[in-house]
Design a binder for this molecule. Structure first.
Ligand SMILES: [Zn+2]
Length: 460
């Protein structure tokens, strides 16, 4: 029996190796590549979001699909970092953008560095796909609902032993003296030919000294404008850009942008993710040699961290709308679109009748309501960890209908943490366009990187 098991195990291992080391077919070439990263958009988030989106329209949620879930190619992706079972956004996005795993908290450097140690990162920078694409003559864009200096967008252009060094005010003096440069400066303070063409998101405070955080007295936005680049700070300005704009910086909030539920309920003039995405493509596609664009739905993760499941699902729907708009504006014959997540979050679906509202509690019969051992109803959605957990002497809160309509209601979590922990299960990747067939089977994040660089013909 054990011999059989051994033989079976061997076969299994061999077949798995084949799947991982897929034959290198002549690569299909794409003129453009768009990488969509749903931050913290694990598989359970996708399932819940498609149910939520369907139910919101009065349709059947269970059989609903988000638009990109119809893309023809699909893989599961392992996300572990060089030093952790569960990655953070910095190490994850670095693996996608550089093809090499690094330490949690580091960006665009090898795993030989020590975290937040400036000297250790010297000479250990790894070029990113965005930098190489720019060098090869492509236009490059980055779009996010986070601060544009936050880990995921910074993975396109930053090389730093600490994702926290978003402005010089965030750096210890010895790092500044040691020659390390903050993330905001790394984005804009580079030679003309190496600067990206479109950069849209939040984080203006990291770029300016007056009314901002910078300690060095510089105004990086003014310096950008002096180079001839356009600058916008509101949704109206983004909409009203003169045709022919070819280089654009848009910073729409001092830090992260607002969750869509908040943006909609205030009279703020900030664009939605879909507005930024379509504008970025309109500008980048003027480059005849093609473009590379990364779009991040950052507030999925940020909502999960604070136990706001309704917002996390709404942000996933917002993200899906941005993907759909990009798909509609591009030709699958020349544009590879990959949609993936950097890591998962501990969101769980506990059950429910097919038509039970996804943000509600399990429904039973009047005689037999499904209750937990503490006598309370069972929420359909809950978190493993996060601030939604009751305190030690606090009863578990039971959502009423009014609660369910309240976007600020915290979703129940089992373990109290001030900020929910990321989780380590594999994430999905969906692809459409030339080279999409490389997205298949069980992959690693560096494998997704290889698929993009092959499609762009960037060499090994
Ligand atoms: Zn996170």
């Amino acid at each position: 029996m054990s011999a059989f098991r051994g033989a079976f195990g061997g076969l299994l291992a061999a077949s798995m190796l084949c799947a991982v080391a897929a034959p290198a077919h002549a690569a299909e070439r794409a003129r453009n590549v768009i990488l969509f990263i749903g931050d913290g958009m694990g598989v359970s988030t996708l399932t819940a979001a498609r149910i939520y989106e369907g139910q919101r329209r009065g349709a059947d949620g269970a059989s609903n699909l988000l638009p990109f879930e119809r893309f023809p190619d699909l893989a599961l992706v392992r996300t572990y970092s060089a030093d952790n079972l569960v990655t953070d956004s910095a190490a994850s996005a670095s693996a996608l953008l550089t093809g090499r795993r690094t330490l949690n908290g580091a960006l665009g450097v090898t795993d030989e560095i020590a975290l937040a140690d400036c000297a250790s990162a010297m000479g250990r920078q790894v070029p990113t796909l965005a930098e190489e694409a720019k060098q090869a003559g492509l236009a490059v864009g980055v779009v996010t609902t986070a601060a544009i200096t936050d880990a995921t967008p910074a993975s396109l252009y930053a090389h730093t032993p600490s994702r926290r060094w978003q402005s010089d005010a965030d750096m210890p003096p010895e790092a500044v003296e040691g020659g390390c440069v903050d993330i905001a400066r790394q984005m804009l303070d580079r030679p003309d030919a190496a600067r990206f063409d479109v950069m849209l998101g939040g984080g203006s405070a990291n770029f300016v000294s007056e009314d901002g955080k910078r300690m060095d007295g510089r105004d990086l936005v003014a310096e950008w404008r002096k180079t001839g680049g356009a600058y916008v700070a509101t949704g109206s300005e983004l909409k009203a850009l003169p045709p022919g704009t070819s280089r654009l910086l848009g910073l729409f909030a001092p830090n992260n942008m607002m969750r869509e539920s908040v943006r909609r309920s205030t009279d703020t003039d900030a664009p939605r993710l879909v507005d930024m995405t379509t504008r970025a493509i309109e500008i980048l596609r003027r480059n005849k040699q093609g473009y590379f664009l990364m779009v991040e739905g950052a507030l999925i993760d940020k909502s999960h961290h604070v136990s706001l499941a309704a917002d996390a699902l709404n942000e996933t729907v917002e993200f899906a709308e941005a993907v759909a708009a990009a798909a509609a504006m591009t030709d699958p014959k020349d544009t590879l679109i990959i949609v993936t997540a950097d890591h998962s979050h501990g969101l769980t679906l506990n059950g429910g009748k097919r038509d039970t509202p996804i943000l509600g509690v399990l429904q039973g019969t009047d005689d037999d309501p499904p209750v937990a051992l503490d006598g309370r109803p069972v929420p359909i959605l809950m978190y493993a960890t996060g601030p939604g957990a009751p305190g030690p002497d606090e009863p578990r809160s039971v959502p009423t209908e009014a609660d369910m309509a309240d976007p600020d209601r915290l979703t129940y979590a089992a373990i109290p943490l001030p900020s929910a922990a990321h989780t380590g299960e594999d994430v999905a990747a969906y692809a459409r366009g030339p080279g999409a067939s490389q997205i298949r089977g069980l992959m690693d994040q560096p494998g997704v990187h290889r698929a993009m660089r092959q499609a762009l013909g960037l060499g090994k």
